[in-house]
Design a protein around this ligand. Sequence first.
Ligand code: SF4
Ligand code: SF4
Length: 292
Amino acid sequence: MGPLGANLYPEQGAALLLSAFELGVNFIDTAEYYRNYAHIRLALQRFKKPESIIISSKTLAPDDRSAAFAVEEARLALNRDMLDIFLLHEIRNRSDFESRSGAWQVLRNAKKNGVIKNIGISSHSAAVVAAAAVDPEVDVIHCMLNYTGVGILDGGVEDMLAGIALAKANGKGVYTMKAIGGGSLMNQAKKALTWAFAQPLPDAVAVGCKDKTELLTNLGWLHGEDPPEAEQCRMLSRRLIFDDCHACGACVKRCANGALTLSEDGAVWHEEKCLFCGYCAAACPWFCISFA
Ligand code: SF4
Ligand code: SF4
């Protein structure tokens, strides 16, 4: 619902979240980068049992200072003394995890001091999930999983499922992302979502929705029904926009999915490979990339 997606106003987002809470949804996946804390805070203020809602957030922080800021920002913005779950966002590989050790240390200290209840990582990589599955300090793993394997790095669906099984055997919480491949499986959304919901191991599936029609469709499929609202769901037709590109290549380097290449005129977007994760936009030093 934030600027990377439907770009709802906080009032609109809060109304949608309240509808979800009333229908039994009790788990929210968010991130510093998603810029939707205001939507969540407003919904929690208006909900009769705000403490029953579990919130998982995450930070792209590369170091200790930015991680400490991210934790405090989340606590203030979400109006929570203790965060339920806070993750290092998008660990790409082992060296990425090692280079962010200062940020990880901040999360470890915050857990020790009762500021965060559970810490962990999010990743698109099956190899990272397998490593996190045996790391005793990781409580929660948020990982990429969809039935075609689109977007899974360092392996495929079976590798990711094996990592999830190992994590669960070691007592960790696991919730999955990108069941519809960030939109690339939207034309087979029912199949993709029902497959994700049917997986026995993950504790939850993070599914986005921008209006009540999508919410009711998602919930109908979760419950094995054929919701009439599904007929009215519009195909997502999102795209990336490049404004005044300086052709520096930073976004191309940042995209792990090969969805960007560089020409003399600037970045070139390959829609068929794009997962709409938004990481390229965060990497652009000139703020050239936006979503429409
Ligand atoms: S082009 Fe950008 S939004 Fe698309 S997959 Fe690459 S980093 Fe993510
Ligand atoms: S990072 Fe920004 S300026 Fe550099 S190539 Fe990408 S869009 Fe262009």
